[in-house]
Design a protein around this ligand. Structure first.
Ligand code: ADP
Length: 437
């Protein structure tokens, strides 16, 4: 490159020198220099105009035969142009392949810019939610996918969970929407058809509910006969123990059936209504009083630092408290302490059931809310546990848009925190302290 530059400068200087020399021979070196400079300028101007007209007409064939530095400039330009053409073709091919593969995807994919306007969408997005691949470009996504919950979902920007919405194009169909942020401000909206999954879940729910319901009547008959037989003084002594065991198992089955029915009911409707105002503190106090006359259990303390109330279902919150408290009672020794508390927090309110009982090993914590999961199934069965209590608690909390946090250390005890969002709180009343032990 440097050599070319030196050659060009040297060539021009030599040309100007020659002009001056010829001028000098005629005793006019300045005119000779001027003439040489002018002729060089005209020559460059000609090459420039030739280049400009080639650019205009897009016919670059004539440029192949340029002169001097211009020949090099032309050939470099033609080479770069050829390379760009090649890469453009490669990119177009690649884009075609990407389009083909995204169109083959069963899930809908929509690329959105920072204003939630559609940049690109695939064919599945068109068939699942009615997006038009060309016409809807530049439109806000919530203008096409018209659903208040979806508008709220993209407004809040909480992408940690997906959102299930009814299909806008198929009656009875359901879609799972999930936003995945990428790049600087762009988002990828994924749509998945979950109609079949929901149908199977509903079938399972109905099956469990129907089976539990059908088991209720025979169980009532069996329990009734067992009560009558065991209260008969003529029953032989050797039958007393088997009868007691049968009664114990019938009670346990009744409990399982009752809890399965409660779970089915909780699962079958989405969210707890908010018409009812729940006084959590007095529910905690009632639950504590229910255990007041039981001998040989841990001390139960009440610590309400707020009288704020909840929009929700008082039956469900009472069931939640009973489930957590009965677990704490079963897993805390009589000299231990259980604390029921209700307090406001920065982002809502917290109901907590804490004990200093046996605690739970860390590896079991993620599975505690699964149906029929028990840390020690043998022990749990003996003390009346069926492994459905925390599954019920989880569902009740979901129905109140609340979350469960469990903190436990084996040997030190457990903390079950139910965190309710501010949106579920009824008008906050001034703090009134209710603390009993
Ligand atoms: P269960 O009816 O068996 O109590 P749950 O779903 O209520 O079923 O609880 C699941 C498991 O979690 C229980 O088997 C028990 O081992 C453990 N667990 C629940 N609460 C506590 C607690 N407060 N302390 C220790 N373990 C607990």
């Amino acid at each position: 490159m440097r050599a070319v530059r030196q050659k060009v400068v040297a060539g021009h200087l030599a040309y100007l020198g020659l002009g001056s020399l010829i001028g000098w021979l005629y005793s006019e070196p300045l005119i000779g220099l001027l003439f040489a400079a002018l002729s060089a300028l005209v020559w460059h101007l000609r090459q420039l105009l030739r280049f400009e007209s080639a650019l205009q007409s897009k016919h670059f064939g004539s440029l192949k035969y340029g002169d001097g530095i211009w020949s090099q400039l032309y050939s470099r330009f033609i080479y770069q142009r050829g390379r760009n053409k090649y890469y453009r073709k490669q990119y177009r091919q690649l884009l075609k392949e990407v389009r083909k593969s995204t169109n083959a995807m069963p899930d809908g994919g929509i690329i959105l810019n920072s204003n939630f306007e559609i940049v690109l969408c695939n064919q599945a997005a068109a068939s699942l939610a009615g997006f038009r691949q060309r016409e809807d470009r530049g439109q806000r996504v919530d203008n096409i996918l018209r659903n208040p919950a979806f508008a709220e979902y993209i407004r809040l920007g909480d992408q940690s969970a997906g959102l299930e919405i009814p299909s806008p194009v198929r009656t009875g169909g359901w879609l799972l929407c999930r936003m995945v942020p990428y790049g600087v401000d762009e988002q990828l909206l994924l749509l998945q058809d979950i109609t079949e999954r929901r149908r199977l879940a509903a079938m399972r729910r109905d099956f469990v509910a129907n089976a539990s319901h059908e088991l209720r009547s025979p169980l009532t008959v069996i329990t009734g006969y067992l009560d009558v037989i065991s209260s008969d003084p003529d029953v032989p002594a050797e039958w007393q123990k088997p009868l007691q065991q049968m009664q114990g198992q019938a009670i346990r089955m009744n409990k399982i059936v009752g809890e399965l029915l409660e779970l089915s009911r909780l699962e079958s409707s989405g969210s707890a209504g908010s018409d009812e105002i729940v006084d959590v503190c007095s529910l905690l106090s009632t639950a504590r009083i229910d255990y007041a006359n039981q001998e040989g259990i841990a001390e139960i303390r009440l610590n309400c630092t707020s009288r704020v109330q909840l929009h929700g279902s008082s039956t469900e919150i009472a069931s939640l408290i009973i489930n957590l408290l009965s677990n704490a009672v079963r897993h805390t020794p009589p000299d231990g302490t259980i604390t029921l508390s209700w307090a406001t927090s920065a982002d809502g309110a917290v109901l907590e059931v804490a004990d200093n009982g046996s605690g739970i090993a860390a590896e079991h914590l993620p599975r505690l809310t699964e149906r029929f999961f028990r840390v020690d199934s043998g022990r749990s069965r003996d003390d009346g546990g069926v492994g459905l209590g925390l599954a019920i608690v989880k569902h009740i909390l979901e129905r109140h848009q609340a979350e469960l946090r469990i903190d436990s250390v084996p040997g030190d005890g457990s903390h079950f925190e139910c965190r309710f969002p501010a949106s579920r709180l009824a008008a906050a009343e001034p703090v009134a302290i209710a603390s009993q032990s």
